[in-house]
Design a protein. Structure first.
Length: 73
């Protein structure tokens, strides 16, 4: 039988901030960061199975990357 487990609120999710403001190759760095996020695996036994990164390209330009394992999406 399928079982659903609800993780506690303090599971350890953290939002990483990456500041690329003023860097000429910010778009290339963003692509590299997104690729790195997509290729990084998950620890299925210990989690967390979701992670986030906020990339600041300028004072008014941000990209939020949310990566989650398919079993929680």
């Amino acid at each position: 039988d399928p079982v659903q487990r609800i993780a506690p609120a303090d599971i350890g999710f953290s939002l990483q901030l990456q500041v690329l403001t003023g860097q000429a190759d910010a778009e290339q760095q963003l692509l590299a960061i997104a690729t790195e996020e997509a290729e990084e695996g998950f620890d299925l036994l210990n989690g967390p199975l979701v992670r986030g990164r906020l990339v600041c390209l300028a004072d008014d330009d941000h990209v939020l990357l949310v990566t989650m394992h398919h079993i929680v999406s």
